[in-house]
Design a protein around this ligand. Structure first.
Ligand SMILES: Nc1ncnc2c1ncn2[C@@H]1O[C@H](COP(=O)(O)OS(=O)(=O)O)[C@@H](OP(=O)(O)O)[C@H]1O
Length: 360
């Protein structure tokens, strides 16, 4: 048995259906106090028997994943690889039944820093069960108002020795997310992706105008200049997000350092296996991923992944990731590198780790 704490498992959270929603009981702890396993067992569509052929995709909406990853032409490349079936890898505890659990690990940010690839690669692991779409529970007022019962109901079914995960890249900039996770899930494992913040700005620009033809897009400086005064705008959200130390410091003060894993997009794009090996250790799950789970896709210039069995299709991130970046105007680029340099230094000091984020 691998030692992930499931301190907010459904076992502890009975009688949800009987609870009335109010702002006072928008509180995960209050569910613990009203334990009623019988009611919970009847209210969830759990399977009658433990079934090793269970896969999370049977239980969750797979919509975004279907959109995200698809590399049919490369299926034949799986032959002869060390990819065993999920059933060979994963053994649920005897008598265990899959139920919904609050996330024990969350990718909290930063947007445009590889969060989707990280989640997708983590989902290769049989001991990890993910919610595919971004939840934004803490950051969207109308979702937060629905309460923890709603949040729990978004989560996929899992066995007690699996880790439930979600990713919402805006949590890292949210006080509410930090305070709520600290209060209700203090042992939650937090994963943070960072990236050269100048490159991140270009990526954020492309994301914002992704539905426009290149010729129809505004100039890139709309994301970092005050277009009325034509001055640099450090408060523009695309700029502010990249001041990583500012957003990360409060998390590092709130949570144990051992519960925060920081990964750079650059390492994820060049060596996903090493990153995933670190993540396995961090999440305290058995080391199961190997080099056969990843392959470099020459067309996209990114790694794609294969799951457990040779019969499954290899998967790549969808076309919204990994666009060719347009070049920043030279003066703007210099200005942005100069702006971020001292902030990056503060981040490196905070993390005791340095990334090469100078212009290459
Ligand atoms: N394997 C693989 N395939 C595709 N893309 C990869 C991969 N690994 C990391 N990345 C990087 O992920 C960047 C997008 O970041 P996010 O997934 O965090 O974006 S989002 O906030 O969820 O929209 C994306 O940024 P862009 O290249 O600017 O699109 C990539 O740099």
């Amino acid at each position: 048995m691998w030692g992930i704490s499931t301190h907010m498992s459904v076992r502890n959270i009975g009688k949800l259906s009987a609870m009335k929603r109010s702002s006072e009981n928008n509180d995960a702890n209050s569910y613990i106090e009203t334990l009623s396993m019988t009611e919970m067992e009847t209210s969830l569509p759990v399977r009658k028997e433990v079934d090793n052929s269970f896969t999370h995709s049977q239980f969750v909406s797979d919509k975004s994943e279907q959109q995200d990853i698809n590399a049919p032409e490369e299926k034949t490349q799986n032959k002869g690889l060390n990819l065993r079936s999920r059933q060979e890898y994963f053994i649920p505890p005897p008598g265990d039944v899959p139920v919904r659990r609050f996330p024990q690990a969350v990718i909290i940010g930063f947007g445009k820093c590889g969060t989707r690839a990280m989640l997708t690669f983590l989902s290769l692991h049989p001991y990890i069960v993910i919610h595919h779409e971004e939840v934004h529970f803490y950051t969207e007022d109308k979702l937060y108002a629905k309460g923890y019962k709603w949040y729990l109901n978004q989560m996929p079914f899992s066995y007690s020795n699996q880790v439930t995960m979600e990713k919402s890249p805006d949590y890292v900039c949210s006080n509410r997310a930090r305070q709520e996770i600290a209060e209700h899930f203090p042992d939650c494992k937090l994963i943070v992706l960072v990236r050269n913040p100048v490159v991140r700005i270009v990526s954020a620009f492309l994301q914002r105008f992704r539905f426009k033809e290149p010729s129809q897009r505004p100039p890139m400086n709309v994301t970092y200049m005050n277009t009325k005064t034509n001055e640099f705008n450090p408060n523009a959200s695309a700029v502010d997000v990249g001041i990583f130390h500012k957003h990360l410091s409060p998390w590092l003060r709130t949570f144990s350092r051992d519960n925060i894993l920081v990964v750079s997009d650059e390492s994820l794009t060049t060596d996903p296996l090493s990153v995933l090996k670190r993540a396995e250790k961090f999440l305290n799950i058995p080391p199961m991923l190997n080099e056969d789970n990843f392959y470099y896709n020459e067309t996209s210039g990114f790694y794609c992944c294969r799951r457990y069995s040779t019969d499954e299709q290899p998967r790549c991130m969808n076309i919204n990731k990994g666009w060719k970046h347009p070049e920043l105007p030279a003066d703007d680029e210099k200005m942005l590198y100069d702006f971020y340099r001292p902030h990056n230094k503060k981040l490196f000091k905070l993390l005791n780790e340095t990334y090469n984020w100078e212009k290459t």
